[in-house]
Write a protein that binds this ligand. Structure first.
Ligand code: HEC
Ligand code: HEC
Length: 218
């Protein structure tokens, strides 16, 4: 090997080494991008992009089967996500979703969605909504169903323990009520919602949902 040849062999090796390092760095960058995005988003209090796919960026889902989560109390949101995570509230969709969220991110997400303003709901049957108003504000005396307003608030505004119902999708409300009735959902403290829905007919639950959709929460 002449000195010149050894220099060029050396620089070839050097260039190869640089290329290896470069591709390694690119690989690291490619791997870290998906991890970095949610972390950066969390720092600003913006929602995890994962959630927006179904609940929308501001928590006002436009799909009747996906609940609006905007304006729910932060403590209620945290409890539900923890319940999904521990499979105390069983959902094929939310269970796997919740297991991807760390406990510290849950509170940040809950805070974010609790601060979003809920959009108005859609009433499709005015007569049914009128029947629902009686149930919501007075309960059903004959079957010992208490007034919904006693816990969820006159305007459906809710508290940390009793979820905001105002403006929620009727399809979601109906599903949740029959889930309580059939004990598919059983994460309600002391079984209050299970006891209440057990005494309600499907028609009464639908009527209550129609009225709830008309509530503004304020
Ligand atoms: C693929 C659609 C989908 C995605 C993505 C999704 N959700 Fe959900 N979410 C649902 C459905 C469906 C339900 C109702 C589950 C049930 O049947 O009980 C729900 C329920 C909830 C509830 C309970 C609402 C209530 O009123 O009790 C919260 C809170 C929630 N999701 C938060 C989140 C968060 C935070 C994320 C992101 C990490 C997320 N969801 C991602 C579909 C989705
Ligand atoms: C004694 C208090 C109480 C009364 C009265 C009550 N609820 Fe509830 N309701 C609850 C609690 C507590 C939960 C949430 C349980 C949990 O932590 O997941 C709930 C949850 C719900 C949910 C699920 C909301 C969501 O976002 O997933 C619906 C729908 C609902 N109630 C409808 C009604 C209707 C309709 C009435 C009247 C017929 C009513 N409730 C009366 C305590 C009450």
């Amino acid at each position: 090997m002449t000195p010149n040849e050894s220099i060029s062999a050396c620089s070839l090796r050097h260039r190869r080494a640089v290329r290896v390092i470069e591709s390694f760095l690119l690989l690291m960058l490619a791997i870290s991008i998906p991890l970095v995005v949610p972390i950066a988003a969390r720092a600003e209090g913006a929602p995890n992009p994962l959630c927006a796919g179904c609940h929308m960026e501001d928590g006002n889902s436009v799909t009747p089967d996906f609940p609006k989560i905007a304006g729910l109390d932060a403590a209620y949101i945290s409890k539900q996500i923890m319940d999904f995570k521990k499979f105390k509230r069983v959902s094929e969709i939310m269970g796997p979703m919740a297991t991807q969220i760390s406990d510290s991110e849950i509170d940040a997400l809950a805070m974010y969605y609790s601060k979003q303003k809920r959009t108005p709901g859609v009433v499709t049957d005015k007569n049914l909504a009128e029947q629902g108003q009686l149930i919501y504000t007075d309960g059903i005396v004959n079957s010992a169903v208490p007034a919904c307003s006693g816990c969820h608030g006159e305007k459906g505004e809710g508290t940390d323990k009793f979820p905001r119902l105002a403006g929620q999708h009727t399809a979601y409300l109906n599903t949740q009520m029959s889930n309580f009735k059939n004990i598919v959902r059983n994460n309600d403290a002391r079984g209050v919602m299970r006891a209440i829905t057990l005494r309600m007919t499907d028609q009464e639950m639908k009527a209550a949902s129609e009225y709830i959709a008309s509530l503004k929460g304020e």
